[in-house]
Structures are given as C-alpha cells and as structure tokens.
Design a binder for this molecule. Structure first.
Ligand SMILES: CC(C)(COP(=O)(O)OP(=O)(O)OC[C@H]1O[C@@H](n2cnc3c(N)ncnc32)[C@H](O)[C@@H]1OP(=O)(O)O)[C@@H](O)C(=O)NCCC(=O)NCCS
Length: 187
C-alpha cells in the first residue's frame, strides 16, 4: 500500500489482487455508466456493462499490472493499468498500452485519473517502455490530450451485444510527467 496526497484527497494505492475482482468490475460498470453517458447511447452503455461482466474481463485485469487507489480503506476510487504491446514504430521497440482507467464518479474531476495515468506510465517506463498508446473512449479524450497524447486514428471496441463502442487511438512518445512526490511503494 502506498500513500500519496492528491489535492484534497489522500489516496492509498496498491496492486490488484484476484479477490478485488467484484469491486473493480462494479467500479468500471458504474464509472462508465455515469461518466460516459454524455457520449454513448444507452445500448452502448449496456454493451460496456456486458463487457466488464464477461469472464474474459477478469483475465484482462489479471494481466494488466493494475493498480487500485482507495479514498480510504475499503473505498475504491480508481484503477489504472498497462500491458506491453508490439512497438509503436521502428526504433521505438517497447510500447505500453495504458488501460482500465476508471474513476468513481464521486471523486471525478479531482485529478485522480491524471495522477493514476502518470503513475502507470512511470511504472511502465521503469520496465523499459518508451512509448504509450491508449484506446480512448470518446468521453475520455480530453484527459489524454491534457496528458500530451495525440490522436492517431479511430477504432471500434467490439462487444458481445453488437452495440460496439467507437474509440480514439492516441499515443505519446515523451517521458511521463514528474509527479509532485515519489510514492513510497509498500507493496
Ligand atoms: C475519464 C476519467 C477516467 C477521468 O477521471 P478524472 O479523475 O475525473 O479526471 P481528472 O480529474 O484527472 O481530469 C484531468 C483532466 O482531464 C480532462 N477531463 C477529465 N474529465 C473530463 C470531462 N468529463 N470533460 C472534459 N474534460 C475532462 C480535464 O482537462 C481535466 O483537467 P481539469 O479538471 O483541470 O480541467 C473518468 O471520467 C472516468 O472514469 N470515466 C469513465 C471511464 C472511462 O471512460 N475511462 C477511460 C477509458 S479509455
């Protein structure tokens, strides 16, 4: 567990464990339903709910270097993770794909996602990744623009319901932003 002060919030964060599954799925379902409804129709929100409830999603979480941030013990505020993917371009051999960035609507717009993505990038950077890509749902594009990502194309996130989700492909090849403080890892 790590403590870090985030404006008015003191977040505690640690690595994901398999017994976190239900809590994480509930957060992902709720965050998208509330915070993405301005950009996605109800059938697409329902498709996202089906996606996160699918057993395959649990496998994705387990291999995504996922970190959990708690507002206080037992109150999950946010998640973020990454996986290594094939190089973005020749000469940029190690690329991290940022994923599973979700913030509890009660704690939205307080800089948590910005902090979580930067922390995730720094962890991937320590593993040798020198480029970052992300498939961004349309509602989250301003977050990644603020973090210096640029759009590289459009794509579709396929879902089991057939109500597929349009997403924006974004990338950045500059180092992660410096954090206000270097978190002390206790896990
Ligand atoms: C997208 C999401 C992760 C942002 O989390 P957050 O903690 O509220 O974001 P932050 O407070 O760190 O915002 C950082 C910056 O991103 C931009 N931003 C974030 N949310 C925004 C919104 N709804 N509208 C416009 N800009 C937004 C702003 O520039 C913001 O800086 P500011 O508050 O100083 O203006 C959150 O809304 C969420 O969980 N959405 C549902 C799940 C999702 O879409 N995840 C992304 C999948 S790719």
């Amino acid at each position: 567990m790590t403590d870090t002060t985030n404006d008015r919030l003191t977040l505690q964060h640690r690595a994901y464990r398999p017994d976190d599954l239900d809590t994480v799925v509930a957060l992902h379902e709720r965050a998208f339903a509330v915070l993405a409804k301005s950009h996605y129709s109800p059938d697409r929100i329902a498709a996202h709910t089906a996606l996160v409830r699918d057993p395959a999603y649990a496998e994705e979480l387990a291999r995504s270097h996922l970190r959990l941030a708690f507002e206080r013990p037992g109150v999950l505020a946010a998640t973020a993770g990454w996986i290594r993917v094939p190089g973005l371009a020749p000469g940029v051999p190690k690329t991290a794909r940022i994923r599973k960035v979700f913030v509890d609507p009660r704690f939205a717009r307080r800089g948590i996602a910005r902090w979580m993505v930067s922390d995730t990038e720094r962890r991937a950077w320590k593993q040798g990744c020198r480029a970052f890509i992300v498939r961004v749902t349309v509602n989250a594009v301003p977050l990644y623009e603020k973090l210096g990502y640029e759009a590289t194309g459009d794509a579709t996130m396929l879902t089991s319901t057939g109500a597929d989700l349009p997403v924006v492909l974004m990338a950045r090849t500059t180092p992660p932003a410096a954090l206000a403080e270097e978190p002390k890892s206790l896990d």
